[in-house]
Structures are given as C-alpha cells and as structure tokens.
Design a protein around this ligand. Sequence first.
Ligand code: LMR
Length: 412
Amino acid sequence: MAAVAELNPSSPCKRPALCSSLKCSYALSRHYNRRSLFLRPAPVSRGSKIYCSVTSNEIQAPVAVKIDDPKKKAECYGVFCLTYDLKALASGEVFGPNQPIALKLLGSQRSIQALEGVAMELEDSLFPLLREVSIGIDPYEVFQDAEWALLIGAKPRGPGMERAGLLDINGQIFAEQGKALNAVASRNVQVIVVGNPCNTNALICLKNAPNIPAKNFHALTRLDENRAKCQLALKAGVFYDKVSNVTIWGNHSTTQVPDFLNAKIDGLPVKEVVKDTKWLEEEFTEKVQKRGGVLIQKWGRSSAASTSVSILDAIRSLVTPTPEGDWFSSGVYTTGNPYSIAEDIVFSMPCRSKGDGDYELVKDVVFDDYLWSRIKKTEAELLAEKKCVAHLTGEGVAVCDLPGDTMLPGEM
Ligand code: LMR
C-alpha cells in the first residue's frame, strides 16, 4: 500500500485557510513507482494520543504557512500536509503493524522540491513498514493502482471571490483527480476528500470516476464528529471515550447538524446526561458548526493536527470493525439511503464497517422535528451546491443560487 500527497500552486493546501496558495492531497497503493526511495527497517513508533481540552499553548504550532506570492518558495508545508498523516500511515498506526505501505506523493512542478524534502524526512524516520516513497506531478502516474486516495488540495476563497467561483475552481481539481483515479487507480480505491467544500468536491470526483463504486468516496466529516464528542465530554465532565453514537448529518459547513438526539454518554442518551436542551440546541450545535472558523480566528490558520488525526480516524474506521452498537460519521453518497435524504449528493450520515473498507448506513436512528428541520437545511445547501457544479458532474449547465448563509467552517 502507499499514500500520495499533492502540493501544487493551482490548488492549495487542504481546506481553505490552512495555506492560502499551497495544495496537497494524499492516496495509497500497492505498486511501486519509478522514483522510489527505499527505507530501512526500524522500530514501530508509538501511537499518538490527543486530548480534548488542550489549551492553545500546548498545541504544537503547525509548520503550515500562507504563500501569497506563487513565486515565493514555500517555507514549510504544515504538520497536517506533510508530517502527521504520513507519519501515522508509515508507522502502522492506521493499517496495523503487519501492513507494509508505499507512499505516493502527488505534487506540482513548483512543489517538487518540497516533496523531495518530505521524502527525505520519511526516509530518515526509518519507519519499518514504509517500503517505498515516490513522488510525481502527474495524477495519472501517481494514482496508478492506488488503494487509498486522500485528496487534500483545495483552493481557499480569495478576496472578492464568489462562492460559486470557489466551487468551480475546486471542482475542476476534483474533476481532474476523479478522472485520473478512474483511469489508473485500483478498482476498489477508497477516496477520502478533505479539500473544501469537501462534500461537493467528493460528488464531483465520484461523478468523474464512473468505474469506481460511488460508495468508495467519502467527504471528511470525522473532524466534526470528533469536535462534537469533545464538547459533549467537556459538558458532561467525562473523558471523550465515553461519548459514542455521534452523527454529523449533512455538509461540512456551518449548516452541518451534530446529532445529540441519538448520541450517548456512557451508554445513556445524551439528553439524559445533559439536561440543558437550550445548550444542546444552541451553544453546542453552533460551537461544532463554527469550530473551524473560531480556530482560524484564534491562531490564524486552519485546523491542522486535529484534521490529520480525523483523517486517520476516518481510515481506521473503515479498516477496523466498528465497535458493537456504535457508529461513525462520514460524508457518503446518498443514493439508496434509508432516511429519505435526497439522492445523488454526498451527505454525512452514520456508518458502520466490518473493517473491510466498506460500510453500511445505520438504520436504527431516530429523528425529531428539531433534528429533521436542520437536516433539511443542510440538505438544501448541498442540493444548491450540486446545481452550481452541474457543468463538472456531467449534468448540464450550472445554475448557482446558493443560500445566503452558505459558509465553510473556516469562512466565518
Ligand atoms: C475546519 O473545519 O477546520 C476547516 O474545514 C476549516 C477550513 O475552512 O479550513
């Protein structure tokens, strides 16, 4: 197996606001590429732990940097882009201690030096399971036989840019990557789209990859789930591992719906533990919806470490059996969903996995008026985004009439 990272000037790093003009994405395959760095065996690194209630001065500063001048050499590329994911993937924390991997990093002409630097770092880390690192700038080469593709790169909204423009620019990146995956990746490649707006980017990607099952495409909402768990744990005064069954419904945007109706704390319905409904409906919900933006306001950059951890969590959730009675959130293709959510969009819903990379949607969830009305709002937003990218999904002419309050978490 291997992972790919993409760094190029036309589609910058991850979600908007992490790096203003730097792009990166990741994928995984079993096949080795021409430009390989072979790595020597070394002890397996220890798993990392994170805690909900760290304060900002306990968080390791990200190496991410905004690069406004495309000619300016990148000073650094961010823990999210280059360190956390690759390290945890390479160390066996995600795929287990017996699974060797090959990392394939997709970049651009401009970022090739940086990619070489990353490859050197990986080489010097002596990860015992990392058998190959290869880099390239052509997705048709780099995605060859990929088994996992982590698509991080997306352009942030620039000054004066309409959201429709943002959807279009990013959509083009994901349309191209979808085509490349369709042409050369493993027929069962699992794709995790992180670059924002990730739900609609994932939709574009899957529409451009008709030979890959639509079910294999995920938009990352695990970060939102982790944020919701953290807030519920803090409110209830328990450690976050006591919080389970948390669904994020809908879009990775400020309309997302953190579901406290079905969630549990210590096996009990949240509403039996946290009796303050006003807090749940207002403060908790808004905190989770806007967490990404608040974080950016505080330290000037988009979430990095927590996003990385959540990507790893998202992969882990698909490659290990979901604990009995629990579930995880992922933005997945809605066609055939049991909740009557509009078909043919990518919507975050509760999933369970047997650990084989596949998932099924959880049926035994309940809805009340509050939850359902909010689900309809985030659904409307995604349907509007879909119309806006019709030219990229092969569905005709785009008509962009987005709800006024459509925002990414980082755009507040
Ligand atoms: C987040 O939720 O932290 C990011 O999606 C925010 C952003 O736009 O980078």
